[in-house]
Design a protein. Sequence first.
Length: 437
Amino acid sequence: MSLSLKLRQLLISIFLLLFLLPASFFAIDQAFYTQLLTSSEQKLEVHSYAILSELGVSADKIELTNNALAPDFYRPDSGLSAYITHQQDLVWQSDSSLNQGFSPPSDNLTPGEHLFRPVLQQDKLFWVLSISLLFDAEDYTRPLNIHVVQTDERLIAPQRAFRATLLRWFFGIGCGLLLFMLLAYYWTTKPLSRLDHEIRKVENGSQEQLQGHYPAELRIIKEDLNLLLNSQNRQKQRYRHHLSDLAHALKTPVAVLNTSALSEQPELKEQLDRITAMIEHQLKRAASSGHDVWKKQIQISPSLQKLISALSKIYRAKQINIEVDCPDNAVFRGDETDLMEILGNLLDNACKACQQHVRVSVHTKADKLHLCIEDDGPGVPLQKRQYLFERGTRLDTYHEGHGVGLSIVSELVTSYSGSLTLDDSPLGGARFTLSFQ
């Protein structure tokens, strides 16, 4: 499991938290507002029945028999008021309505009907409960409409208080959930991080197997990886032993042939030299670990300095200028013996072929390692390049130097799933470019 995948899972969890909490907050707030409306309607209905119970109607006026109504009906600007209309004429209003600037709605309601709705007047919102009734007097019946009015501020005030309390609770819950998610994320991904750390230690050669204790889900992966490592190591050892045994077995009879009189014949000597070179090649391959699945990270710069120091002494007479461009953090994911074999062959060929200048450049791009070795020698003709890396080609064919050990280099590069190309160098000679994942 890569770190990016872990991070995506954490971000998804945080996104769900940030989505669900506001959605829950909005839903609860709307539910509370709906409940407030229902409660307000019920309260206004109770006030209307209280007004009806105290209502006194005579032929010339309408009045309330006593002051049994809620105190808010007698206090100005209380936000609660009442009106009584007869055939769209205002016949009574509470003291609290005098400065309110509200006009009762002129609805034609049927007797017994009541209506609760919002009314917008003078850019102010009012909630009005209207009840239509037929008031029976001693000798006549009079139609009346009772309107109980509440300002929107009386409805919003408790909602604001509830919203502030709810916000504090949700903030606390959100912080708690976020902390819990971080702890759960750390706790659940800790085994994966330990497994990833151990795999990296196996890759760089710090340890040979996975040794940590893991949950049941990861224990199977650990065991499978250890089986793969054991199988790979056994296969590599068998390969190296068999190849070494074969090369050593051939070395003795070839040595005997070299001491015989027949070895002085040019044709036989040429073939014996070729067989000897092939045996040395296979012995080097047997000692190589280029087929390892788990590769170490080898610093390239120290290996280059060792090779350049040795080649400068060998080719002292040519006074070669070897230019190196290699970052200190450049690494080769493989075995140091293989790296020395690759660089040694290519640098030795370049020193043999050059006039005075050899250039080595190393850089990493998009997690891919690129090595370039070039010289100012005569180069390699186009018609010969396709045969240069073929197995079985005489190693001394190209007197300029290119060709010696290149089959070894080609096989080593291939074993690391890399690529090796040859083209013309701006210096005038050949340029070998190697690329590794």
